[in-house]
Ligand binder design. Structure first.
Ligand SMILES: [Zn+2]
Length: 274
């Protein structure tokens, strides 16, 4: 695996209002690639001063991946979900003491779903490197470009999350620190260069976590990825604490997302695991 820096076209800073007035020919398709059990007392940080009583309750939530189709540039995958190995093995072949269990039905693996729609991927953009977001890479083409936020690779634990990037030819790091802030969001990257797909730096859940914003003809969509697991995170304004790299930063990031959504109520939200 080679690591290269993703080259961004650094344009003049624009406002979201200006960008949203120029929607691009992109559409979104969501895939469910299996599910995972998470506890509500962790999905919602119970130590947050406004948490109140959160029930000890196991939630079975979907594992998701997204296809972005751009009329001119082709098909892009956001996160890779699970590969077929999880149908027979809830740990997907990873051995050790702290391996998460995931559940996958036959024909839910990412490759089956892409192949049945005859999709040829141009590139993959990852939100972060937890196994439920990257295991599917094992059955995807390895010569197309893969992208992660800077910070993600240095904090990557392949022995726990799977060495799924191993066979990938080139991983491109998106270095948000060189980009402009786009209030009320922080630093953002115009990933395809035409204002259609934006990477939004949303650290906290993981070090280099990226959420995505789609500026399509059918409307605006904000994919929180794991910056906001479920609808209740947004409703209660409390970030998750389980599986979280920096709980304080995760809350700061969620507050930023909430402010953005209040400023732009026309944006539809898609949660990471709902
Ligand atoms: Zn995660």
């Amino acid at each position: 695996m080679k690591i290269k820096q993703f080259k961004l076209k650094k344009g003049s800073p624009k406002s979201w209002r200006e960008i949203f007035q120029n929607p691009r020919p992109v559409t979104l398709k969501s895939f469910k690639t299996g599910s995972v059990n998470i506890n509500k007392r962790g999905t919602i940080n119970i130590k947050h001063p406004h948490a109140g009583y959160i029930r000890d309750e196991v939630l079975n939530v979907p594992i998701k991946a997204y296809l972005i189709h751009h009329d001119e540039f082709g098909d892009f995958l956001l996160d890779a979900g699970l590969d077929i190995s999880y149908v027979d093995d809830t740990r997907g072949g990873i051995t050790g003491d702290f391996i998460d269990e995931f559940f996958l039905e036959k024909n839910e693996n990412i490759k089956f779903q892409l192949d049945s729609s005859k999709i040829k991927l141009k590139a993959v953009f990852l939100s972060h490197l937890h196994s439920d977001h990257i295991a599917g890479i094992r059955e995807l083409p390895k010569t197309i470009p893969y992208h992660v936020g800077r910070g993600e690779l240095e904090d990557y634990q392949p022995e726990i999350n799977g060495n799924f990037l191993n066979a990938v030819e080139t991983v491109y790091e998106v270095n948000f620190s060189k980009l402009d802030k786009m209030p009320p969001l922080g630093r953002c990257a115009d990933l395809l260069g035409d204002g259609s797909l934006w990477g939004v730096s949303t650290p906290g859940h993981s070090k280099g976590h990226i959420s995505y914003l789609i500026n399509g003809l059918e409307g605006l969509i904000f994919l929180t990825m794991d910056a906001c697991f479920i609808r209740d995170n947004l409703k209660l304004k409390i970030a998750p604490s389980d599986y979280t790299w920096d709980i304080k930063m995760a809350q700061k990031t969620l507050d930023m997302i909430i402010e953005f959504l209040e400023d732009y109520p026309e944006v539809r939200v898609v949660y990471g695991h709902e």
